[in-house]
Design a binder for this molecule. Structure first.
Ligand code: MG
Length: 257
């Protein structure tokens, strides 16, 4: 058994060691010089987020909030009921054009399961009217993987299949960087897309190979910096609600002269 004196000595030595470490850290802290980039940043604009992360933030353009399709061409060919728009006989094209953006779309493939493969619950989100993020009923519905739900059509399957079943509400949160073209039509920078399907990341900054086509390989064709967004009609009564978009641009600081 340790004597009282030995115990007191041990406790005192431990305290002294702890104090030494503390003072060394403080000493090192005192010698550190703070790094500053010298870049002068503007203050990031305050943007009030939505009530939930699915609701539009204050700076979003609401493309469909449940009332009408006045922001779109082709709305007369859709049914609107109980805050839901259902495809009937044509696609939809926004009246406004968009480039780099953050897009939120909620959709549901038909509850009544009909058809198979590409014929079941097919629609699609066409960024700039050219680059399709596929919508399909992909529960127990075999098809080519780069054509299933959340595929970049004929360019890449989603990393995982995060689909919900027929009739259930699903969401896409998409971050899109538009391609940049030189005057002669050459691609200066390709397009990139990040897709989150029902909260699950399925494409991480995917580099698009060009427009998405059914009958030919992907290819870029020079186009404007901004183009309308489209929702595809593929013969199936796919439903949509809560669609909003935010134009995005990187914050830019001034480097010192
Ligand atoms: Mg489609």
């Amino acid at each position: 058994m340790m004597s009282k004196r030995v115990v007191l000595w041990a406790v005192g030595a431990a305290c002294a060691a702890a104090a030494a470490v503390w003072s060394m850290n403080a000493c090192a802290g005192g010698l550190q010089k703070e790094y500053k980039s010298g870049i002068v940043w503007p203050e990031p604009k305050l943007v009030a987020p939505g009530k939930s992360d699915s609701d539009p933030p204050a700076d979003a353009i609401v493309l469909f909030g449940g009332q009408d399709l006045s922001k779109w061409e082709g709305g007369e060919n859709w049914d609107i009921k109980d805050g839901v728009a259902t495809a009937k006989k044509s696609g939809l094209t926004t009246k406004e054009a968009f480039g780099d953006c953050q897009l939120h779309v909620e959709f549901a493939t038909p509850e009544k399961v009909e058809g198979k493969g590409q014929g079941r619950g097919n629609s699609g989100v066409y960024l700039m009217g050219k680059y399709e993020v596929q919508i399909l009923d992909s529960i127990d519905n075999p098809t080519y993987f780069d054509g299933q739900c959340a595929a970049i059509y004929k360019q890449s399957p989603p990393m995982v299949n995060a689909s919900r079943g027929p009739g259930q509400w699903q969401s896409y949160d998409i971050v899109f960087t538009a391609p940049r073209f030189a005057a002669d039509g050459k691609v200066e920078k390709p397009a990139y897309v990040t897709v989150i399907h029902n909260g699950v990341l399925v494409h991480n900054h995917f580099q698009l190979l060009g427009g998405t086509f059914y009958d030919r390989p992907a290819a870029y064709e020079k186009h404007a910096d901004r183009l309308p967004l489209q929702l595809q009609f593929h013969g199936n009564p796919v439903k949509f609600r809560n669609i909003w978009i935010r134009e995005i641009k990187p914050i830019e600081g001034k480097k010192p002269e």
